[in-house]
Design a protein around this ligand. Structure first.
Ligand SMILES: Cc1cc2nc3c(=O)[nH]c(=O)nc-3n(C[C@H](O)[C@H](O)[C@H](O)COP(=O)(O)O)c2cc1C
Length: 333
């Protein structure tokens, strides 16, 4: 009797142990499964490099705006993401971040842009003229321009569209389809615009763009200005206190800062766009007043690989100096 009781007790204990172990194992499995689900992203994260292109219309009485809307529909129906943008709501300081820009621009009185494009146009002109900005500012940007005007205005015909194309190129932009001039009076504006638009879409879709970019980049990037070390230097940009405070100069501050970089009437020496451009060229920005870059010949001389003509021809040891550019246009050697 006693033996039977002992056997029953042992069996019950063993069963309880098994059940406990089974429960523990199941709980662990469930926990691991739950954790693995939490860690696994539910869907692939979107590609951070894809930024919609910008389609600007510069228009007084609506012709360019209507054409831009047509093109926008065409682009979207071809799975080419673009934002239709009125430049008067756009901050040109952001332009160096754009990779695709299309501009439909009308010319208005005395060859000037319609009012919604004046700021963008002036900003580009000033950037082209500003020696600190340089021709690499828009090197990531592929663009195309269509001009709307009337031949009856003679030399002023499509002056604005032409100027946009020229200025974008001067800042390093890569023109993917040649500039096209539409004539509202004697030309076949709609047909010409249709043909040009198809070409833009084709280039964007087929990737012909890549070949063009590769070719054009060679023109714009002067390798003598760069070497391997400078690319690394770009990463270690000095941070300005103004930027830490988040006070970069923007169009929305226009009450105080004008398009030519004046703040409360005083010249601002390094605007964000100048900073970006100089950094691309390998300069280190000092505070908000100066930029420094070591000439590649200086590095070459210090490494014993030969220096520039000043040393070879005249024996001047310029590699012993650092050249500074002060933004108030004074050069210090
Ligand atoms: C007052 C006025 C001035 C114009 N000046 C020029 C000009 O200098 N050059 C040009 O090519 N077209 C000129 N045009 C023609 C315009 O570009 C044309 O009317 C165009 O369709 C206007 O485009 P929008 O409707 O997008 O503003 C002028 C038109 C007007 C009404």
């Amino acid at each position: 009797m006693s033996s039977t009781t002992t056997t029953t007790t042992t069996t019950t204990t063993s069963l309880t142990t098994h059940l406990t172990l089974l429960t523990l194992l199941s709980a662990t499995t469930l926990y691991c499964f739950y954790k693995s689900r939490r860690l696994k992203p539910s869907s692939p994260s979107p590609n951070p490099t894809t930024r919609p292109g910008k389609l600007f219309f510069i228009s007084q009485t609506g012709t360019s705006k209507a054409l831009a809307k047509h093109l926008h529909n065409l682009l979207i129906s071809n799975n080419l993401p673009f934002d239709l943008v009125d430049p008067k709501t756009y901050e040109p300081e952001d332009l160096h971040n754009e990779t695709l820009v299309i501009i439909i621009a009308s010319t208005y009185e005395n060859g000037n842009p319609p009012s919604n494009g004046v700021f963008l146009s002036d900003w580009l002109s000033e950037s082209v003229e500003d020696f600190r900005v340089g021709s690499l500012l828009l090197s990531k940007c592929k663009f195309a321009v269509f001009g709307v005007g009337s031949r009856s205005y003679g030399d002023m015909f499509n002056k604005v569209g032409k100027a946009f194309s020229t200025k974008m190129r001067a800042l390093g932009g890569v023109e993917i389809v040649p500039f096209c001039e539409g004539d509202v009076d004697e030309g076949e504006l709609d047909r010409e615009f249709g043909v040009w638009s198809e070409k833009v879409v084709r280039v964007l879709k087929t990737g012909e763009i890549n070949e063009l970019v590769a070719e054009n980049c060679e023109e714009f990037i002067d390798e003598s200005d760069y070497d391997e070390d400078e690319e690394e230097e770009v990463e270690t940009e000095i941070v300005d206190l103004e930027d830490i405070a988040g006070k970069s100069l923007k169009k929305k501050d226009m009450g105080m800062v004008t398009s030519n970089g004046k703040k409360n009437g005083e010249k601002v020496m390094v605007t964000p766009v100048i900073r970006a451009s100089l950094t691309k060229q390998g300069y280190k920005i000092i505070g908000s007043h100066s930029g420094v870059k070591i000439c590649r010949w200086t590095k070459s001389q210090l490494r014993g690989r030969g220096g520039c003509y000043k040393h070879s021809f005249y024996g001047i040891e310029s590699h012993r100096f650092v050249i500074c550019i002060s933004f108030n246009n004074v050069f210090l050697v």
